[in-house]
Design a protein around this ligand. Structure first.
Ligand SMILES: *Cc1c(COP(=O)(O)O)cnc(C)c1O
Length: 373
């Protein structure tokens, strides 16, 4: 973070004092796809919307600073951010990835293997010896989600980046679940951070967006070239929308975290819950219900929680990874690392914590009623 101010202040002030012409507080949305040139060779700023846009610049500059990176690239989705990063590599490259990852990332990696001649090895995040053993001569990058999704396991990013530096491997971190408010991987030695900004950064379940943040001049330049060449850029309106979301990130994350802690305390004491996975920060947690047959009636009984497939928004969500976010991971694969049919993932929202717990309580009571009758 800039030494000038704290995270909370920085977030709220994004875009303010940037527009000099009318001194607009809220960042103007520049929809124009083209910019007039006075004469040949006279170029003072913008040419064409894909290459650069003033609204996107405000967002990217702020996000680069937030993550402690040199440059940021706003993309049309989180998956487009992953695709942008992997377009750095040539066919025949090998990668190491966290085992327990977002299902969409796994699906894309499978596609990369089939079509791009990439090869992936998966690491369970537990043994660093095993991580070293997975490395090959052609290992080009290590892709880490921490906490993992949906099992919420964390890893030591500094250890991984020491390993990556030793072997000249690029260290990429998906920071979607923690956000830079909690964790700044580039400060711990990572080279690239990616986000599904659709989640906490935007925060309102109304925007699809992604981000890539890089450290280092050469890498940033390369990513900038690819961002423009591929064209998976975020639209000006969506950039503005994301800026607005970011302004309340600190407030939201605190409330998400307080509420999640409240839910964890409740679930840990519940007889129908066998395990609770919570990394200690943020608003994401998973838990296992004692019997698979209770999952469906439990979800049906919820009144405040929305049974839906996303995370990080102000509204509380419950997700069933097996049929939703992680349905593309074969059962025989996910069972080996603990993603069971009894697992539910909660994105705890910013409603009042007591109301959130009360909803879980009434849903458990409804399920217990079923068990009795
Ligand atoms: C949602 C998500 C993605 C994909 O992002 P989209 O914005 O949906 O394209 C990637 N990584 C993680 C951890 C996610 O939760």
């Amino acid at each position: 973070m800039s030494s000038r101010c704290r995270k909370e202040t920085f977030l709220v002030q994004i875009g303010n004092r940037k527009e000099e012409h009318f001194r607009a507080v809220s960042t103007p949305i520049y929809f124009s796809t083209a910019y007039r040139h006075e004469e040949i060779g006279l170029q003072d700023g913008y040419d064409y919307i894909r290459t650069g846009n003033p609204t996107r610049d405000v967002l990217e500059e702020a996000v680069a600073e937030l993550e402690g990176g040199d440059q940021a690239f706003a993309t049309s989705s989180g998956m487009a951010a992953v695709q942008l990063v992997f377009s750095l590599f040539e066919k025949g490259s090998h990668f190491i990835s966290s085992r327990d990852i977002y299902g969409g990332n796994y699906r894309l990696f499978e596609l990369f293997e089939e079509k791009y001649g990439f090869e992936f090895s998966y690491w369970d995040g537990k043994s660093y010896e095993e991580l070293k053993a997975l490395r090959k001569e052609n290992t080009k990058a290590i892709f880490i989600e921490t906490p993992t999704n949906p099992l919420m396991q964390t890893v030591d990013l500094q250890k991984i980046s020491a390993f990556a530096k030793q072997y000249h491997i690029l260290h990429v971190v998906d920071n979607t679940l923690y956000t830079p408010f909690i964790q700044r991987p580039l400060e711990q030695g990572a080279d690239i951070v990616i986000h599904s900004a659709t989640k906490y950064l935007a925060g309102h379940n109304d925007l699809l967006a992604g981000l890539v943040i890089s450290k280092g001049e050469k890498l940033s330049e390369e990513l900038g070239f690819l961002h423009n060449s591929i064209g998976s850029v975020l639209s000006p309106y969506d950039c503005w929308s994301l800026i607005r979301g970011l302004k309340t990130l600190a407030l939201r994350m605190r409330q998400h975290e307080n509420n999640a802690q409240h839910v964890v305390d409740y679930l840990k004491r519940h007889p129908l819950v066998t395990d609770v996975y919570y990394p200690g920060r943020s608003g994401m947690l998973s838990f296992e219900i004692v019997d698979e047959s209770l999952v469906s009636p439990f979800l049906k009984a919820l009144k405040l929680f929305t049974f839906a497939e996303s995370l990080g928004g102000v509204e509380s969500f419950l997700t069933y990874p097996v049929t939703q976010t992680h349905m593309d991971i074969p059962e025989e694969v996910r069972i080996t690392y603990g993603l069971s049919n009894r697992l539910l993932r909660a994105s705890v929202g910013v409603e009042h914590g007591d109301d959130i717990v009360a909803d879980l309580e009434q849903a458990f009571q409804a399920v217990e009623q079923l068990e009795v009758t």
